[in-house]
Design a protein around this ligand. Structure first.
Ligand SMILES: [Zn+2]
Length: 217
């Protein structure tokens, strides 16, 4: 499914709707599953739009894809942002999500006796999904948004584009998240953390070993 929103091309892969529906299958009411899938779709799209809007301000031409486990905003290659601007683009996604979650929370505070239970459920899902998705994406684990911010900060502090420390931090946080997820019986979180941990471990192995001064003789 392809469409355009606010001038950004959006591509929705069937796997996105499938994964969202599978996550909503705890309910046997098809209306509740449809509301859940709709809320996940709107929330992930809104997150990506946050990235896209800020990236466009910096002269990029973003394209949004929704697939499998989430969303991705691709940027026109050949143009590099400064570290400060790339931090701003990374933070804009979770920022948009927290904004939408905050609006949903605000609406739940308005007394609406005529609102039916499904409408209330949609608002509740909108609040929970946006807060959860924003906080998850802010974790300092590559390739999540928080990981990109952490990597840019490490580059600023070190004064060079060294990815070894950002990958090590990502690995440690992912392992800690996996252990915490497993210990609290949150299997989904544990599997997701393990997946991110393996990605970072492999990326770390692929990086050249740092050479100490004098080691080359
Ligand atoms: Zn993001």
């Amino acid at each position: 499914m392809r469409f355009s929103i606010a001038g950004f091309p959006v591509d929705v892969h069937w796997s996105f709707l499938l994964v969202a529906a599978l996550l909503g299958l705890q309910s046997n009411d098809v209306r509740i599953i449809l509301i859940w899938v709709g809320v996940v779709f709107v929330s992930v799209l809104f997150h990506e739009l946050g990235h896209a809007v800020v990236a466009r301000r910096y002269g990029l031409h973003p394209e949004i894809s929704l697939y499998g486990m989430g969303g991705l905003t691709k940027y026109q290659s050949g143009r590099r942002l400064s570290r400060a601007r790339s931090i701003a683009v990374s933070l804009a996604g979770p920022g948009a999500g927290l904004l939408l979650g905050g609006i949903a929370w605000g609406v739940t505070q308005i007394p609406m006796p005529e609102l039916n239970p499904l409408g209330r459920l949609a608002l509740f899902y909108l609040l929970v999904v946006n807060i959860f998705w924003s906080i998850l994406n802010l974790l300092p684990i590559l390739p999540l948004d928080g990981g990109s911010v952490m990597r840019s900060l490490v580059h600023i502090v070190k004064g060079r584009a060294d990815d070894r420390l950002p990958r090590q931090i990502s690995l440690v946080v992912a392992v800690a998240g996996g252990v915490a997820g497993f210990a609290t019986g949150n299997t989904f979180a544990a599997i997701f953390a393990a997946y991110l941990g393996i990605m970072n471990y492999q990326a770390l192995r692929g990086l050249p070993m740092p050479t100490l001064p004098g080691m080359r003789g």
